[in-house]
Design a binder for this molecule. Sequence first.
Ligand SMILES: Nc1ncnc2c1ncn2[C@@H]1O[C@H](COP(=O)(O)OP(=O)(O)OP(=O)(O)O)[C@@H](O)[C@H]1O
Ligand SMILES: [Mg+2]
Length: 844
Amino acid sequence: GALLLRHRRAYLAGFALSLDSIGLSLANPWVLRLAVDGIRAGASPLRLAELALAYVGVAVAGGAVRFLWRLRLLGAARTIEYELRNDYFAHLQRLPVGFFQRARTGDLMARATNDLTAVGRLVGVGVMYGFHTVVMFAAAGVFMVAIDAPLALMVLAVLPLVSVVFLVLGRRVHHHSEQVQAQFSTLSALAQENFSGIRVVKAFAQEQAQLETFAAAGREYVVRALRLARTSGAVWPAMTLILGLAAALVLWQGGAAVVAGRITLGQMVQFFGYLMMLSWPMIALGWVANIAQQGLASMRRIDEILGLRPAIATPPAARVPPDRRGAIEFRGVTFAYDGRAPVLRDVSLTIPAGATVAIVGPTGAGKSTLVSLIPRLWDVTAGAVLVDGLDVRAWDLHALRRQIGFVPQEPFLFSDTLEENLAFGLDGAAGPETPRTDSARVRQAAAIAGLAGEIAGFPHGYATPVGERGVTLSGGQKQRAALARALARDPAILVLDDAFSSVDTATEEQILRELRAFAAGRTTVIVSHRISTIRHADLIVVLDRGAIVEQGTHEHLLARGGLYADLYQRQLLRDALEAEDGAAGGDGAAGENGAAGKEGAVGVHLPEEELAGVAYDGRLLRRLLRYVRPYRGAVAVAVVLLLLTSAAGLAGPYLVRVAIDAHIAPGRLAGLGWIVAAYVGALVAGFALRYAQTYVMAQVGQRAMHDLRTELFAHLQRLSVGFYTRQPVGRLVTRVTNDIDALNDLITQGVVGVFGDLVTLVGIVAIMLYLGWRLALATLAVLPLIVAATLHFRVRAREAYRQVRLRLARINAFLNEHLMGMGVVQLFGREAQEQARFDALNRA
Ligand SMILES: Nc1ncnc2c1ncn2[C@@H]1O[C@H](COP(=O)(O)OP(=O)(O)OP(=O)(O)O)[C@@H](O)[C@H]1O
Ligand SMILES: [Mg+2]
């Protein structure tokens, strides 16, 4: 609503142009009438030439105005869509991590793409055609009534039937297409899961089973798509039929009126003109009703998100303590995740500024939960967390998080270069060019994190891309990258949540040595499972089932002989066993790390990549035809049906000619009824034939695409894991889903459509030649122009379409990654920069 208002100027301009265009389109039938009546009255050739010129002039002017009109309104609509999408992402960035845990990523992405497109359609074409149609109907109605009231009323009573039928069928189409969409999401989700989890699939040799699941989902998709085709295939033939019936009515009753001398033949032609002119708006009206319905539903879904109040945000009277040194206090903290049983109970703990505190305890004790309260990833259920003496809920959120360098338990990296990932939390870091000072800090942080040596060995050093979620790095490298990213921020508080779990003990000890100098003067909170890591901490806190059970120094806790001493003993035992294993097998704790590490970072392209590229856009048509071949019988049937449809279509105008020449012009009414009856017969036959043909083709297209999709999926599954590290999963998913669908459109509409157009064209030319070769040749002279223009625009449109889809795919990939890594974005205060990146994608 507000968005519409903001763009009201564009809309008003659009409406004004719309009125112009309607005025111009109404003028054409008028010119036609003058011409026909002029011919019958024996007008001079000069007069006819004048009228022809006027006709052309009006047509050209109408086209130009229509073009401007669309440009204006569609431009406004696109801007609205763009702004809405930006707002949507901005709002998502403000929502707490808890939200992303509850919401489904796919669903949030669908809202940003499908739903936003639906809204864009509503505010664009929806508004545009809605207004246009209503005005046009009224204006043409007035003209028709002026010519002949009884005839006009008859026709105007039939015409709304078009809208009604379209609306009714459209509803059913919408229902079925939702079913198709749902199955489409299932397919996407399956593909997504498979490609992101390809390591697991391969490790467990589940390729065949996964393929079966995918193929089964694909078959269900075909069933639903065909159900949709049965309804949607009826829409256009039905429209043609009803409009044809209206034309038959004009021919019959209008013919009678001409014979009776109530109207002239020219006026009847004019009447026909209005009828044709109204046919599209009448269809558009039904269509607009559907667009409106879908657009509003989508808007509601987007509003659902936009209407959520960020539960964790900077309060109105936010403060920043003057003395920011990093003191932390938990004061009687109780915390439960979304109404579940509390996982922290009445925890009180004071960490003086500059101290190093370790938190240990069994798995599931609540350690990660506890530290995540410091940067306000979650808010306490009861009690309070204070940083520098101020409740974190009273802090300016951005300033609070700016103080903290956080290394999460699950390191999440973005699919950028190492440099960009390490500089992620730096204030100036936006885009590929990192300022020199930042670059120095990044290198220093990498050195402390023990990563500098390995980076030097990467093919592109700091410019090496890390792949989605850092897949080209080993587990230990990822953890150290996450550590370096936190260190580079130069934080007052450093939080390490089990940051060394994938690093071997020797490396860990070395990092800790380096870290000690860095940590001097900073508050450090270390969560660890390895006691060796934390024995030197100023304070060790033992957490068990959400409560602090012990605290003190290493020596103090050992002397107590409690849970800590117990954990320590067990760990000593395990270390001893591992050391033995290592001596015997020569391949101990580093095993997990080494295996993943060997892959290293890759920048080279393997031939496989090309292979998949070919499957996608290589010698496309030939490949496509291979998939259609098994269904050639059905294709043959469709072609025959197509020929018959064309024949039926061509019979109509021929019958009109006979009616005018043999009956209406000479004033012979007898027999006109039979001609009209034949005309109706041709219409009905055309309807049935076209419907059958569409359905057969849909069947072929769906089946062939199912084969292709399944094969592509199987092929992708056979590719090595290395391939997946270089390909964003989002793009692969798009290929097995969206792109396949686009191919289907190409087959069912493109190939057959072009063929059908050709057949009709040849038929029309033949009939025109038969009617009079001179006139036909004159008319045909314009044809190359039309063909050239059409081809030109088709090519341009295809390119534009490709661009749009590419852009959507990029937006999708970006969203996918950022929805998963939103916690990191928020922890590092990167919202503004990520918004700018999203904006750039969205604007493109
Ligand atoms: N996002 C979440 N939503 C709901 N429950 C959660 C969530 N994260 C953790 N929990 C639950 O809270 C409890 C504490 O989890 P937490 O991750 O804090 O343990 P931890 O001490 O860090 O364990 P670990 O040593 O395995 O990392 C667990 O019972 C866990 O199941
Ligand atoms: Mg944990």
